[in-house]
Design a protein around this ligand. Structure first.
Ligand code: TXA
Ligand code: MG
Length: 325
């Protein structure tokens, strides 16, 4: 891991790493982000791996502004008014995924919505521009640790798990962005943060606040607890050691079970990062008419396997709200 100061050469180098699917930690005005190409499932899997997150929580995709965002989400009037006042800045919008949006399914945990934000930090902007793609970035710390506001914090928390850290000095806002859901009829505050509720309401009038809204602290510790998750319509059976002719098989490893109606292999070589990258697309592919049930082969409970198994357990439980955690 190396720490570099932001200049033309280091931004070019960081952008190259992102284009190659590697990770880069970079400053935003809120906290440091652990960035990866938001359109690359493998890069997003690498983010979860580096964070050691036991769950796949949906991530924020960072863009340059409203015009950029419109390529990835279904924009609306409320977003327009809030963007005019707060972008670039510490306000994240949750909006419907645009048709054909290239944002990785893993970046949105399979949801039909995308969290999107235009950061105001000039280094973050330069990096997004140079990479030529949206950057998915959670806070650049190991899961459960506090969000980093200096390059040193990032280095202490992630160490060799991130190849390059761009040191842009301390973050001026110091808390994460406010997350507001604009995908429904009524704007709903999902996470308090750098943009205040009062300032938001001054622009669009009264907003709803999510019932489950945790305190700022717990919001940072378990940022994924608010959202529901994509769940297949078909029943899901875990730890399968044999498979029925009416079942679709989600396989793992070099020896997929024989006899399924349709088989999709998360990783023929048994690579957990590849499996994570394929998880949501393959679940969707198997969740289709003609298939009675989805059988899933055992996935090792190590590394990214924890997050994969967590997601699969939620899918098997059927009711995602019952198995939130
Ligand atoms: O300030 C920030 O927001 C920082 C910097 C790096 O931009 N990023 C950050 O990311 O705090 P993260 O991953 O720690 O938090 C993302 C938040 C989580 O609370 C997550 O649940 C929510 O955004 N989120 C993301 N996608 C969502 C979606 N589709 N629906 C609802 N909530 C979503
Ligand atoms: Mg975080």
């Amino acid at each position: 891991m190396i720490i570099v100061l932001p200049d033309a050469a280091s931004i070019t180098r960081a952008a190259q790493l992102l284009q190659d699917g590697s990770l880069v930690a970079f400053p935003t005005e809120t906290v440091y982000g652990l960035g990866g190409d938001a359109t690359n499932e493998r890069a997003v899997a690498a983010i979860f791996e580096a964070k050691g997150r036991p769950q796949f929580n949906p991530l924020i995709s960072h863009v340059l502004g409203a015009d950029d965002a419109k390529r990835f989400v279904e924009w609306n009037k409320t977003a327009d008014r809030l963007a005019a006042r707060f972008w670039p800045g510490p306000l994240t919008f949750v909006l419907p995924r645009a048709k054909g949006s290239p944002i990785a399914l893993l970046a949105t945990a399979g949801l039909d919505t995308v969290a999107i934000r235009a950061p105001s930090h000039p280094v973050a902007q330069a990096l997004i521009r140079a990479a030529g793609r949206p950057i998915a970035a959670p806070s650049a710390n190991r899961s459960g640790a506090v969000s980093p506001t200096t390059a040193e914090h990032v280095a202490e928390s992630l160490g060799a798990r991130v190849p390059l850290i761009i040191d842009g000095g301390p973050c001026l806002v110091g808390v994460e962005s406010t997350v507001i859901d604009l995908s429904g009829n009524r704007a709903t505050l999902l996470r308090p943060g750098g943009a205040t509720r009062e300032a938001i309401e001054a622009v669009i009038g009264p907003i709803a606040v999510s019932d489950a809204l945790p305190s700022g602290d717990s919001a940072r510790k378990s940022p994924g607890q608010l959202e529901s998750h994509y769940a297949p319509a078909r029943p899901v059976r875990l730890e399968a050691t044999s498979v029925g002719a009416d079942e679709g098989l989600l396989a793992f490893g070099p020896a997929p079970l024989p006899g399924a109606m349709l088989t999709s292999n998360l990783s023929p070589t048994g690579d957990l990062a590849e499996a994570a990258a394929n998880l949501f697309a393959q679940m969707r592919a198997l969740d289709r008419p003609g298939i009675g049930r989805i059988a899933v082969m055992p996935i090792p409970q190590t590394g990214l396997g924890l997050a994969i198994n967590d997601r699969l357990r939620r899918a098997a439980a059927g009711d995602p709200s019952r198995s939130q955690g």
